[in-house]
Design a protein around this ligand. Sequence first.
Ligand code: ATP
Length: 729
Amino acid sequence: MAAAGGALLHVPEPRAAAPRTFSRPRPAQARQRAAATKRRNQASCEAPPAKRRSEASLPPARATDAKENPRAFKGKAQKAFSPETSSAGASDGSRERKPGVKTSSLFRNNPEIPALLRPAVKQRQESVFTSDAFQALDLHPHLISTINTVLKMSSLTSIQKQSIPVLLEGRDALVRSQTGSGKTLAYCIPMVQSLQAVKPKIQRGDGPYALILVPTRELALQSFDTVQKLLKPFTWIVPGVLMGGEKRKSEKARLRKGINILISTPGRLVDHIKSTKNMRFCRIRWLILDEADRLLDLGFEKDIALILNAVNAERPERQNVLLSATLTEGVTRLADISLHEPVRISVLEGSQDQMHPKSRAILGASPPAASSELDGFAIPVGLEQHVALVPSKLRLVSLAAFILQKCKFEPDQKMIVFFSSCELVEFHHSLFLQTLLGGSGALAPGRLPSASPPLTFLRLHGDMEQEERTAVFQEFSRSKAGVLLCTDVAARGLDLPQVTWIVQYTAPSSPAEYVHRIGRTARIGFQGSSLLILAPSEAEYVNSLASHKIKVSEMKMEDILSVLTRDDCFKGRRWGSQKCRAAGPQEIRERATVLQTVFEDYVHSSERTVSWAKKALQSFVRAYATYPRELKHIFHVRSLHLGHVAKSFGLRDAPKNLSASALKKKKAHLRRPDPRRKTQSKHRLAELLRSEYSSGMGASGAKVKRPNKRAGPRSAACAQRPALAVGQK
Ligand SMILES: Nc1ncnc2c1ncn2[C@@H]1O[C@H](COP(=O)(O)OP(=O)(O)OP(=O)(O)O)[C@@H](O)[C@H]1O
């Protein structure tokens, strides 16, 4: 640690002296800037420091160091950890403890962290609760007492107050309200109220009276649970779930016996429409599309079209409800096709939608959503959103430090961390179990503060067996604290109680996805917080969020890392004998290096673990290559410095030829859904419906080709999130 003694961390200059505001560059400007930055960087990289030179031998598609520099803020950025002032490699605990191991410094050659000047944003607000009691509604007294005693709810939420009377009148509705505002009961209560009143009484053998389509299995189970509770006094009505993962044979047997309220994922229902004789829709009175935008994102359009056709063929007269927390173009287009003279219900404050629903009834084909609705999202008032700019090399230690800070050093914290693929979830889950919980490659077995509660890690993604998925979902729902690492399989609709923190370790591919992910906290009027971790080159994403009325405040990486000074298990040798000293930036840096070294030592402990980390890195690069076109100027795979990114997988060097092979795969079948393709699919969906009717096709849908599993839009969406590819079918 020779040079460390004199190496002082460069303390950032006051922000006031800094840079210009974010202005979202138009693609052409961005390209010009990128080119200029590239030229400058090429010039400045001609004589890289010794370590950089070895990294520069990596494949050319991988960017130079400087490409990670923020293109929009060049020249104005502040330095967080300055390469010049940190003769740093020498200060790394890693080198000190493992003299033979060649490992680059965490704090050298990082891109500058731009100052984040956030544009003024006035977020949209919706009030969650009303003072109205359920008794005020015209409901069966047993239903009211079930809501009060079984569900333990007394007041209506705003969206329930608006929706339930409209749905009780028998109208179709397009319901939009923020995450965690009680949309499930907004349709379940009127549905149960109407079905319990059917005369003669519904019989099990009658088959489905209501069909609820949801995008994921977990959501299917959750909705089933709610329906089942509401049906307690009405035992003659039988609910059931079809969701894949279960043997078709046993599902067929249950269908044969009879299910009156059928909750299903679209893919599985289509399978049964095609292969199960007892699949009848002649009594359907309710068709509900929940989490409509997610249904579309996952490429379920054709499945939904087929289902609509099948139901229309047997029972065209029915009530249709479409629900979503975000009103995207896709949702309004699906509403056009599936709803009949719908009432649009929304509780945005200060918007026209606050009017009484009846006065807002839209007759005839509903027009596209007002642009204001498409531009902004309502975020729960109790949700505090943060963003941290973290250079690629420091991502892993920053994530680990943040998890420790919240879930180890603070009581009763429940956190969900989102990743872009199953491989990433698996990798981080195993790595954290092995290193942070005292596994074989552990940081310091048993040395994490013993007084604090045990840290628990769970994982959820679609490559898991359904049984395990369900068990994890239930365990995390019940637990008071812990960390759930997951893909977007958990982003929508899931109601996991008392989640206090949402961390987005990989940025979402759309603002709607962002809103749904953070919506797993601060539900139903509670408080919650979120953290989005971005690389310095991705800082402009904050502007992109602001343009959708999403406001984030900055959390400093140094503050995240400073938690490592709270426990001596991260102590480097240098500070060994010094007790109770104030934590300075140098100490923070050394402790972060100790933690990084633990990760690297574990990853490099065997060939198997190295290849496992490489696979995870490859999966990260692939997912990165699938950001939609409109975000490519922020998230472009060429902006990644693979040597630095590799470090965040505990790898000491970037694997050779990684970018080339990853991109090749991406070309084959890894594209994120492109909104422009969605616009085309609007016509596709409408055409599909029209053509099937005009061809006189019946409900069988025999002429409808199943989407090509390899190349169809659904597979594209699934490839982006392999979790769901396997999960849904
Ligand atoms: N009237 C109410 N009083 C108290 N709690 C309620 C009420 N209505 C719903 N809840 C609870 O609020 C939570 C969120 O409800 P729900 O999952 O239906 O929200 P949502 O609007 O569908 O959210 P998302 O858009 O994320 O799917 C659930 O735990 C539910 O039990």
